[in-house]
Design a protein around this ligand. Structure first.
Ligand code: S3P
Length: 755
């Protein structure tokens, strides 16, 4: 039963028709502690006797009228075409029932039942609330009654404008007591929705089985029918009379659904006939992804709940001390560019082909969110994604909140582009994201005319009201944030006039580069960039380079490990991202850029690094925004460098996936590395030399992917094993990290523990 459900206070309930549906309602109410009397009417006297024996009903009979005495609520649970006659009997015996009698039903179609009611009572009575529990089973009869049949299932009520609100509330309470989730919908909509989701599939299943059975009268082929046939046709075993009634009752909506289906089959037929593999793949891909998404809905878990369930499975790394770092590897695609490739691809006119896409949970959350807004996206298949752009104004309202998991970039960039849409949206994320500040985007967006609600303290969820007129603004960013800049530029696409953003220090410029690559002019002068609203984006291919932020863990691994010699291929070296290269070089790392080239508007190179002793440095403040995601790993480099490394003006690290200054300070202290924390930075006293630099221990990554990977690498120079808790989020940015780490010479195990 639902947590907040209270057993309804009906003194006497009459269920007309005690089959599976009516019997299960009685069973569920009993289980929920319903204190009133339950009576039943059924043409089959044996069903009544069985119901009494099972303790589901007090008493009952085969004639309706005498049973109405003192009844406060009648539930009509008979087949659809029998409703009219039963309603006539209720109308005839109305005066015996309680004054505040409420009537409801459970029929699978609503239009014809409403028509029948209007015929019987003269008009739709205010105390008649039509309903439909979306639950059932192949079994029938009261013997199959199941007190849990409705738990976590949906019940659709279809009230009319003049339905008595008190009657509606009582029917709602009745179903909520069974543990069901109660929704309201207009009658026509109900019939259309059910025609598509229930009636059409039943029709197809009946038809397929019948067609095959006729073609092979000895049913020879069915011997070979395996999973596909069985899965597709299970419902063809349902009750023929009940289904005949449904197709009579919901004729028009079923025919409309069948027309759409036939058009779809005809399209697919043409594709098969012509051998049009692209068309087939596009259809199957859309369907396959939609089906996976439905799966989580059908399992009564949202995409979000499913994701969180996986994340709850605690993943721990156990890393043995020592190991080598050699070889040539390619780390996965850049996270920032991957997010933007889907966003701009979706908003462009035309088809965007992406290669090198990061198949990590963060960028996949962005991809999924666009699918939920109606964008057809094929892939990812080994880093290839095809985005069928819908244009700047082609997104559709998603059915529910958009869940972006751990991805701050997704939430902040989405805030900008959703502020300009015609529809309302809500953005939610996981526990870590829910703690991160969103006022930094909500405040300037409001200045542009956006209407955005946040939770307390400017935290997620973000509720964004659509249909607003945005105006361009000139915004002086109080912090160096590429996410804030990109958010405002995306909102600027929808704004009147010019949107200008000034940054206090250079931040990653992938949004500007990609917009330019899509033919949308973004200008820059000094520390300010701007664009004009109201243009259009033209699709263009995107080759995503390897992520320098992921490469960093291996750069540091090689930099601290005597004998190391490693090449990282095809790494993005955008000038706004190379702080890690500059800082490692300043510390004395032997790091060379080879094979420099430009790919799709972004510079890339192979990074060749060999071990060389490191020394502690004062990190230049101008490098901080250029290495903002690399500090967890750089702190490990500092712990292995001769002397002290000092970092300041890096307070932004406190609002990343964790408070990275504190998380690293605590972890380093566990290993015995001397450090001192400041509000905006840290001092780390390194060890130097070629032996172990510190001990081992157990580290809490706080669910932050970069903390987990930094301490994995630290083990190369530890004297003892390092065990790192809460590592599942490594998959947000670096799927395959463990395999690559092993390949170059680290020694680590994954351990799973359900929490
Ligand atoms: C990112 C910007 C940075 C960075 C994040 C990705 C982006 O965040 O830390 O991992 O893709 O724009 P801030 O803009 O908050 O500095």
């Amino acid at each position: 039963m639902g947590r907040h459900a209270v057993a309804p206070a009906e003194p006497r309930l009459l269920i007309v028709g005690v089959g599976l549906i009516g019997g299960s309602l009685a069973a569920a109410l009993r289980a929920a502690g319903f204190a009133g009397e339950i009576l039943a009417c059924d043409p089959d006297a044996e069903e009544i006797t069985r119901g009494v024996e099972m303790g589901l009903i007090e008493r009952g009979g085969t004639r309706l009228s005498p049973l109405l005495e003192g009844v406060s609520l009648v539930v009509l649970a008979v087949p659809v075409l029998a409703m009219r006659q039963v309603m006539e009997e209720v109308a005839a015996g109305r005066e015996r029932a309680a004054d505040d009698l409420v009537i409801t039903d459970v029929g699978s179609t609503k239009g014809t039942i409403r028509e029948a009611a209007a015929g019987v009572f003269g008009r739709m009575p205010a105390n008649l609330v039509l309903g439909h529990p979306i639950a059932g089973s192949e079994k029938s009869g009261v013997a199959a009654a199941d007190s849990k049949l409705y738990a976590r299932h949906k019940v659709i009520l279809t009230p009319e404008p003049d339905t008595d609100p008190e009657a509606l509330a009582r029917v709602r309470r009745l179903w909520e007591a069974t543990g069901a989730e109660v929704l309201e919908m207009a009658v026509d909509r109900h019939d259309q929705v059910l025609a598509r989701t229930s009636h059409l599939p039943h029709l197809l299943a009946f038809s397929l089985v019948d067609t095959l059975a006729r073609q092979d009268e000895r049913l020879e082929i069915f011997r070979y029918a395996a999973g596909g046939f069985r899965d597709f046709t299970r419902i063809a075993g349902s009750d023929p009379v009940m289904w005949r009634d449904i197709f009579v009752a919901n004729r028009d909506a079923v025919l409309a659904a069948l027309d759409d289906f036939e058009a779809g089959v005809a399209r697919l037929r043409r594709a098969v006939e012509r051998g049009d593999t692209d068309a087939m793949l596009a259809t199957f891909d859309r369907a396959s992804h939609a089906r996976h998404y439905f799966d989580s809905l059908l399992n009564q878990t949202s995409y979000q709940a499913e994701y969180q369930m996986q994340a709850q499975d605690r993943l721990r790394y156990r890393v043995r001390p020592g190991g080598g770092v050699t070889g040539r590897i390619r780390v996965p695609g850049d996270k920032s560019i991957s997010h933007r490739s889907i966003m701009l691809g979706a908003l462009a006119d035309g088809v965007t082909e992406v290669t090198g896409f990061l198949e990590g949970e963060d960028s996949l959350a962005t991809l999924q969110a666009f699918r939920e807004m109606g964008v057809a996206i094929e892939g990812p298949h080994q880093g290839r994604v095809t985005v069928h752009g819908v244009g700047l104004h082609g997104l559709k309202a998603p059915a529910g909140p958009l869940y972006v998991g751990n991805a701050g970039t997704a939430m902040r960039l989405f805030a900008g582009l959703l502020a300009g849409q015609a529809f309302d949206t809500e953005l939610t994320g996981d526990a870590s994201l829910t703690k991160r500040p969103m006022g930094r985007v909500a405040d300037p967006l409001r200045e542009m005319g956006a209407v955005i609600e946040t939770a307390e303290g400017g935290r997620p969820p973000l509720k964004i009201r659509g249909g607003q007129r945005l105006r361009g603004i000139t915004y002086d960013m109080p912090m160096a944030s590429a996410q804030v800049k990109s958010c405002l530029l995306l909102a600027g696409l929808y704004a009147e006039g010019e949107t200008r953003v000034r940054e206090p220090a250079p931040t990653r410029d992938h949004t500007e580069r990609m917009l330019n690559g899509f033919g949308y002019e973004v200008s820059r002068e000094g520390d300010t960039c701007w664009l004009q609203g109201g243009g259009r984006l033209a699709a263009a291919p995107i080759d995503v380079p390897s992520d320098i932020s992921s490469a960093t863990f291996f750069l540091v691994a090689a930099a601290i490990t005597p004998g190391a010699d490693l090449v990282l291929e095809h790494v993005g070296i955008n000038p706004t991202r190379i702080g890690v290269i500059n800082i490692l070089k300043a510390m004395g790392a032997d790091l060379r850029l080879e094979n420099e080239r430009e790919v799709g508007g972004e510079p890339v190179a192979d990074l060749h690094i060999r071990y060389a002793p490191l020394k502690g440095i004062d990190i230049p403040v101008d490098q901080v925004p250029l290495a903002i995601d690399e500090f967890p790993a750089l702190f490990v480099a500092a712990a292995n460098a001769e002397g002290t490394t000092r970092l300041r003006e890096a307070a932004e690290l406190r609002v990343k996936e964790s408070d990275r200054l504190k998380a690293m300070a605590d972890g380093l202290a566990v290993l015995g590395v001397e450090n001192r924390l400041y509000d905006d930075g840290i001092d780390i006293v390194g060890h130097g030399g070629e032996g172990p630099s510190y001990g081992g221990g157990r580290i809490d990554s706080l669910g932050d992917h970069r903390i987990a990977m930094a301490f994995t690498v630290a083990a190369l120079r530890a004297s003892d094993e390092i065990v790192i808790d809460d590592c599942a989020n490594v998959a947000t940015s670096f799927p395959g990290f463990v395999a690559l780490a092993r390949r170059v010479g680290l020694s680590l195990e994954e351990e799973r523990e359900a929490s």
